[in-house]
Design a protein around this ligand. Structure first.
Ligand SMILES: Cc1cc2nc3c(=O)[nH]c(=O)nc-3n(C[C@H](O)[C@H](O)[C@H](O)COP(=O)(O)OP(=O)(O)OC[C@H]3O[C@@H](n4cnc5c(N)ncnc54)[C@H](O)[C@@H]3O)c2cc1C
Ligand code: FES
Length: 271
């Protein structure tokens, strides 16, 4: 289970390189690696001028406590992530973490279905590692707009991840693209519906664009399957002080994505 010992950590960049169109893989070294749990996130300070005060919230794909390394996959979308992509090996800065609440193991026995869209992939890879470590079976749907936006090394990793001995599940990994340039043409929700028609699942895990996760949550609810969703919000502080990361709830009121999430029970979210 995750720790709540959020702290300020120094980090050093081990490697930082492009792995798909405008998508980078960053490996950093930091003591947070031994503390952070799948689905939690970190808030990275990226060196810049005096106007760059906000940290960048980022999930991770893998963390290895003994070596102190954390693997992050990120899209370059604006000024902060552009500056992050310029941090070469040996660059140093600080991060705040572990932040928020991560994935929970399935409450029921059985296979899980993981659905990732775009750069929702890293926390889904972390969820897959969590399940594999418990010898729990899973299938995956990974979607992107186009082939050039898919991180193929991570997809290969999901295909090859072992430790599924208990269920001998014959893992299905379906790749989709909006334009049909790789895998199945269409949205992840269509591939998910295909898998739901073929197999039973105990739990759905999803991370990606809000509209995609809303669709995944709906399909899971219709099939009577519990669903956990990792939400993204614009963040200021990252630890519950500024109230800028509100998530509307079905029961009324709001939760804070940074503190109560980023992983939520999908049926609690007013999508
Ligand atoms: C908990 C959490 C985990 C995240 N994990 C990852 C990850 O693993 N990989 C990854 O690539 N990105 C991740 N993000 C999104 C990442 O934090 C933003 O892309 C980044 O902060 C953008 O900073 P910027 O200065 O480059 O862009 P900005 O100039 O600030 O913004 C550029 C564009 O990105 C949008 N944007 C900015 N911040 C966010 C945000 N927090 N959520 C959604 N859209 C945003 C803006 O609306 C704008 O359209 C995560 C966000 C959260 C909240
Ligand atoms: S980012 Fe400040 S309260 Fe969530």
């Amino acid at each position: 289970m995750e720790t709540t010992n959020t702290a300020l950590w120094p980090f050093e960049v081990v490697s930082n390189e492009p792995v798909a169109q405008d998508i980078w893989r960053l490996v950093l070294q930091s003591g947070v690696a031994a503390q952070i749990a799948p689905g939690q996130f970190m808030n990275l300070q990226v060196p810049g001028d005096g106007s760059h005060i906000l940290r960048i919230p980022l999930s991770f794909a893998s963390a290895h406590g003994p070596s102190g390394t954390v693997e992050i996959i990120y899209a370059v979308v604006g000024e902060g992530t552009r500056r992050l992509s310029q941090m070469a090996a040996g660059s140093t800065s600080t991060l705040v973490g572990p932040c928020g609440h991560g994935w929970r193991l399935p409450a029921q026995e059985g296979r899980s279905l993981l659905v990732a869209g775009g750069v929702g992939l890293p926390p889904i890879v972390a969820a897959a590692r969590m399940l594999a470590a418990q010898s729990l079976g899973f299938d995956v749907v990974v979607g992107a707009q186009t082939a050039y936006r898919h991180v193929e090394s991570q997809i290969d990793l999901l295909r090859g991840m072992t430790a599924c001995d208990l269920c001998d599940c014959g893992r299905r990994v379906l790749v989709t693209t909006d334009d049909g340039s790789l895998g199945i043409q269409g949205f992840t929700t269509e591939a998910m519906a295909q898998l739901l028609a073929e197999r039973g699942y105990a739990q759905v895990y999803t991370c990606g664009p809000n509209v995609m996760m809303a669709g995944v949550a709906r399909l899971a609810a219709d099939a009577g399957i519990a669903c956990q969703a990792s939400l993204e919000r614009m963040m200021g502080c990252g630890f519950g002080a500024c109230s800028c990361c509100n998530v509307p709830l079905v029961r009324g009121g709001y939760a804070l994505c940074c503190q109560d999430g980023p992983v939520f029970d999908a049926q609690e979210v007013a999508w």
